[in-house]
Design a binder for this molecule. Structure first.
Ligand SMILES: [Zn+2]
Length: 286
């Protein structure tokens, strides 16, 4: 590495936009560790002991236990509740993450623990780059303010009509088309406003373009963040949070997943298009 900073490639997007397959493919590259939705480490990992993609509960996964030991063996007790998404890393809090050069004691503690987490992951896995698919813009902005991290943003978008269709198909906690459309707009606006500078550390990527030519876009990401993109032998992943597809080998099969086009619900598609019209036009979906 050319700097002491830890390189983090952060996938910023609204949910169900293809981040699982993108992060999995990046995680197959040598010197890259896919940490999945790393921002949920405190709640899904330490608190809920969720199942890792290797099949083990978080507390039995040797990779994560090594990371926990490397980062936090000297900590008396960590207030994981204060670090959860629902309390802290909410997008509504994004304004307080614009400048963390003079943080409150509470924020300074969160910065310290987060820095230790990323340092422990790098040290344990021996990687040069951590892939973070947490997606939440507020969390990305928070990470960018940590001087020890060198954060590159992949702004991943997918046609909001396909995203709304995907949400409706969810067996657990589906959301309605208009809610998906509003959140799609909200997330993409926040990413454009707060995360698109500097341009050397920001990359816009449409899921539809990625599935057409994945290698080309993996190389774009590698060129931006400075790592090699030669394909390697498949590796076992260790992600404790995210899309159920992370448990399946098929997560590495590139699939355009355009079933939604054959299941057209004109009323829902019109509603999504009306809500997201401005950015859909900008992103080439209309
Ligand atoms: Zn594991």
């Amino acid at each position: 590495m050319t700097s002491d900073k830890i390189k983090v490639v952060f996938i910023a997007s609204w949910m169900r936009s293809g981040s699982t397959i993108l992060s999995s493919m990046l995680g197959q590259l040598p010197t890259v560790f896919n940490a999945g939705e790393f921002g949920f480490f405190w709640e899904e990992g330490l608190t809920n002991n969720s199942q890792c993609s290797c099949g083990q509960p978080f507390s039995d996964c040797t990779t994560w236990q090594k990371i926990v030991a490397a980062g936090f063996s000297n900590e008396a007790q960590i207030d994981t509740t204060a670090l959860t998404h629902h309390i802290f890393f909410r997008n509504i809090n994004i304004l307080q993450f614009r400048n963390l050069s003079n943080p409150t004691a509470e924020l300074a503690e969160k910065i310290r623990l987060t820095k230790q987490l990323y340092q422990a992951a790098q040290k344990t896995t021996g990687c040069d780059v951590i892939i973070d698919a947490t997606k939440i813009p507020a969390y990305a902005l928070f990470l960018r303010q940590i001087p020890d991290l060198d954060v590159y943003i992949i702004h991943l978008v997918r046609d909001p009509r396909a995203v709304a269709y995907s949400w409706a198909r969810k067996k657990i906690k589906p959301i309605s088309a208009h809610v998906s459309a509003i959140r799609w707009l909200y997330f993409n606006f926040l990413i454009e406003i707060f995360l698109n500078k500097p341009s050397s550390k920001y990359m816009f990527l449409r899921y539809e373009d990625f599935v057409q030519s994945p290698q080309k876009h993996l190389e774009r990401i590698g060129n931006m963040a400075g790592f090699a993109c030669h394909p390697a032998a498949p590796v076992q992943e260790h992600t404790f949070s995210g899309n159920p597809g992370r448990f399946e080998n098929k997560s590495l099969v590139i699939n355009p997943d355009d079933e939604w086009k054959n299941q057209i619900n004109r009323r829902k598609n019109s509603m999504v298009t009306l809500i997201d019209y401005s950015l859909m036009k900008k992103y080439g979906y209309l």
